[in-house]
Design a protein around this ligand. Sequence first.
Ligand code: FES
Length: 164
Amino acid sequence: MTSEVVAASSVPAPGRAQRVREIATELRGLRGALIPILHAVQEELGYVDQPDVPVIADVLNLSVAEVHGVVTFYKDFRRTPAGRTVVAICQAEACRSVGAVELAEHAKRTVGCGFGETTYDGRITLDEVFCFGNCALGPAVQVGERLHGRVTPARLDALLGDAR
Ligand code: FES
C-alpha cells in the first residue's frame, strides 16, 4: 500500500479554535453554510472536535445544539481522529449486489472494528461509503486515497497487509 490518510489531529487548542473560526468566517456567506464549514473543518483538521461546535455556532449565530445535531446526524462527520489508514467500503446498491455486505463483514472481523471506528492501535479506520461512482467494478473499496474495484475478501486482506 502506498497511500495513507494521516489524521490531522495535532493542531492544538487554541490554535485549532482560531483556525475553526477562520474557516467558519470564510464560508459563512454560503447558502446552508454549516455543512460546507463542517466539511472544511474535517478536511483540514481531520475531524470535528466537540470544542469546534460552539465556535462554529457563534460564527453562524446558531445554537450549540443546532450545530451539534447536524454533526451527530450525518455519518460524514468524524468526531474523533481517524486512524493512520482509512479503509472505506462501498455499501450502495450496485456494490451490495456483488458482495459488498459480505466483504464488509469480513473486513470488520479481520480488522476488529466496525464502521466509523478505529482499531485500538490507531492503524485503521473502517468507514462505509455510499457510492464512489465505480459501480461497474464493485465491490469498491478505497484504501487511503486509492480506489480499488472488484475487491474480494482475499484481495482486501492483501490490501490491508501493510496497514495492519
Ligand atoms: S455502488 Fe459502489 S461504487 Fe457505486
